[in-house]
Each structure stands twice: as C-alpha cells, then as structure tokens.
Design a protein around this ligand. Structure first.
Ligand SMILES: [Zn+2]
Length: 392
C-alpha cells in the first residue's frame, strides 16, 4: 500500500462537517467496542450487526457513509485481535486491552462515499455529512493510478489544517541493494544509533533546537487566560511546532532506515518496548522515543523494498555482556566504555551492545516482523509522501 497525502482547501463550514464525520466515526468505534466489552465472546458477525443497528438507531450515524462505519468496526476488530495476539504470545507487561478513543483525528472511507473529479485535483464526498468538494493541494500524481486502485480515503485533521490521504494498492517493486553487509544496531540517547561496525549516527540537531522552542511555546499557553481566543491561538502555535518536528523526525528516520537497508543484507536491532522504557519526562528523550519507533517502522518498510532481512532481538544484557568473550561486565548508564577485565576488549559501550545484538540475532534467528507497526491501522502500511503546501 502506498499512501499519498494532499493538503485540502477547506471552508469553515466544511471543517465543521469533517469534524462531525470524525466524531461520528469515533462514536461508532467506541459504541462497538463497548458492545464487545459488555457481551463476552461476541464475534465479528455480531459486531457488524451491531453497527447496522446503530445506523438505524441514530440519524447522524446513518448520515455517514456505510462503508466508513464499517471501517470503524474494522478498527475495533484490529484492536481486539492485537489484544488476543499479545495474550496468546504471553507478551510481557501490558497486553493492550482495547481502549476508547477520545480524540480521533481522522475518518476513513473505503471505496464509496467519495468521487474524484476527472482532473483528480478535487474530491467530492457524497454522503450526508455535507463535506462536499475539497480542492487538493500537492504535486503528487494521484492521476497516474486508476481509481479502482484506491482502496481507502482518509481525511486527517492536523494542527495546520486538513489532509486527504489516498491508500493506493501499488505493486511493490524491489530495488537492488548496494551492499551485502551484516549489521547490528543499538539505539541510545547519546547517538541516534550505533552500529556493530563502530559507526555512530549523530542525533539530528533539529530535535535539540526544537526542544527549546517547543518548551517556550508550551509555557506561553499558560500565560493566556483560559477559554480566551489568545489561549487557543497559543495552543495552535504550540501544536504546529510539534507537527513540524514530527515531520522532520519522520523524514530523518526514513532516510536513515533506507540507507541501512540499502547497504546491508542483514540488519538486527533490539526489540525495545519503547513505551516500557523508564518513564522520563525529559522532552528530548520523549522525542527520541518516537524517533526510534518510526525508525524501526521504516526499517521494516525498506526491508521489503530492498529484500533485506531485518530481525528484532530481545533486549537481554546486550550492554552488559562482553561481545568478545561473553563474560558479564557490569556497568551503569554513565559508563560510556566497555572495558572487559576478562579478555581485555575495549569498545565504546553502544558498539559493544550493537555487536551483541547482531550475534544474538544470528544465533537465535530473532523474530522478524516484530511489533514495530504497533498501533496503526492497516492502511498506514507503506510509504507516506506529504507534498501538501503549508497554509498558515
Ligand atoms: Zn571479554
């Protein structure tokens, strides 16, 4: 699946209609989830029947395209399946019991309820939510794909406006690799990652730069009076700054992951459960956590593209073990060098860990295709290309 994204030109009344559609889709999702919670053992069929019932019961649900409602049910289904999967695999920690959504930002249509203008620069939503025709900004050529290849259309609300995403079923073409290396990756705070060949990938500077400005914008919110327009505006500025960083971070993660997969036939990384990491409210760290998550997601994407084997290994003692002799060398977080008293090996701490990760992946086979896709809907799989113009 390829995801093409456009910025949409939206009038105020249309924005209200879109928000209403988003709310309805969230309503259906939460209602169906509630139904599943209250009725132990109900299956897929009952969930869809309940959806039909909701449509006859509530006028505003009926106004949303029926396939869009189904997409919400599918969303619940995926959450339930993921939960059962985690239970079956006896995953450590939280099993991810499905939760209610409070702040949905998107509504998903399938193959009906919308129509592309012949020029493909406009899209019309034809259900009774009254969204109407949206003009699309962006250079990506949706017209090179036949309409029947478009499997999903989503409207996404962001801090700087509304976007329309097309999920296109495109042939995935593999590209040739430039190298056949094997590499282990260790993600850390000091560097973006360190690999088993001794290379350190620097943390991108924009994160540190952004940290200051985000913090500033955040503080500004609280200087404005609650419920007033200025406060709303300050919140918008803060959100847009976050959005900018998240776009830069995504781009950075993508290019790094691409380079790694292009140059290597075998890539091993540590299957850290990012959410399970020590809770730390330091902003730079929380930004980094998200950066690693998207880095790993892109690794898996490019693994398919370059036919690279990407393997996740369990994070056990990778930093404590000596990569040369296997003895345990205890060290705290602040010790940056691995200095083995048993065999005399001296290595930078993260490089030692990266070698252990590579060795471990090759000996156990790890578990390819780990959970790095995490909490995303099926249509997120694939490339996301944002060519929309920014409108302030
Ligand atoms: Zn040693």
């Amino acid at each position: 699946m390829l995801v093409l994204e456009y910025k949409a030109v939206v009038k105020k009344i249309q924005a209200m209609a879109i928000n209403e559609a988003i709310r309805t889709s969230q309503f259906v999702r939460n209602k169906v989830l509630r139904f599943w919670m209250d009725n132990r053992g109900v299956g897929k069929k009952e969930l869809y029947q309940y959806n039909t019932q909701l449509r006859s019961e509530f006028e505003f649900v009926k106004n949303l395209n029926s396939h869009a409602c189904q997409a919400s049910v599918e969303n619940v289904e995926r959450a339930i399946n993921r939960f059962f999967d985690n239970c079956k695999k006896n995953k450590l920690g939280k099993k991810g019991y499905p939760r209610f959504k409070k702040d949905s930002r998107s509504v998903e249509y399938k193959t009906s309820g919308w129509k592309l203008h012949p020029s493909k620069r406009r899209i019309t939503f034809s259900d009774n939510k009254g969204i109407g025709t949206l003009k699309l900004l962006g250079k990506w050529d949706i017209h090179t794909y036949p309409v029947e290849f478009i499997k999903r259309v989503r409207i996404v609300r962001r801090a700087d406006g509304y976007y329309v995403q097309f999920c296109v079923k495109a042939e995935s073409t593999t590209e040739p690799r430039t190298g056949n290396g094997e590499v282990g990756l260790d993600v850390g705070l000091e560097y973006f990652y360190s690999d088993s060949n001794g290379h350190h990938e620097e943390n991108p500077r924009f994160l540190r730069k952004a940290e200051k400005s985000i913090k500033h914008a955040q503080r500004r919110i609280y200087t404005k009076e609650k419920g007033k327009n200025n406060r709303r505006k300050a919140r918008g500025r803060y959100a847009r700054k976050h959005l900018k960083v998240s776009r830069q971070r995504e781009e950075h993660a993508k290019t790094r992951a691409r380079n790694v997969c292009k140059a290597n036939a075998f890539v091993a990384y540590e299957d850290l459960n990012v959410r399970g990491l020590v809770k730390n409210h330091h902003l730079a760290k929380s930004i980094n956590d998200v950066a690693w998550t998207s880095f790993r997601r892109w690794l898996e994407y490019f693994a398919l593209k370059f036919n690279t084997e990407v393997v996740a290994v369990a994070p056990h003692y990778t930093s404590q073990k000596c990569s040369n002799c296997g003895e345990t060398v205890k060290k705290g977080l602040s010790t940056r060098t691995h200095n083995c008293s048993h065999c005399g090996t001296v290595l930078q701490r993260d490089v030692n860990a990266a070698i252990n990760i590579l060795v471990s992946a090759k000996s156990t086979g790890g578990h390819p295709g780990s959970n790095a896709w995490g909490d995303v809907s099926s249509t997120c799989v694939g490339q996301k290309i944002c060519k929309g113009k920014k409108r302030q």
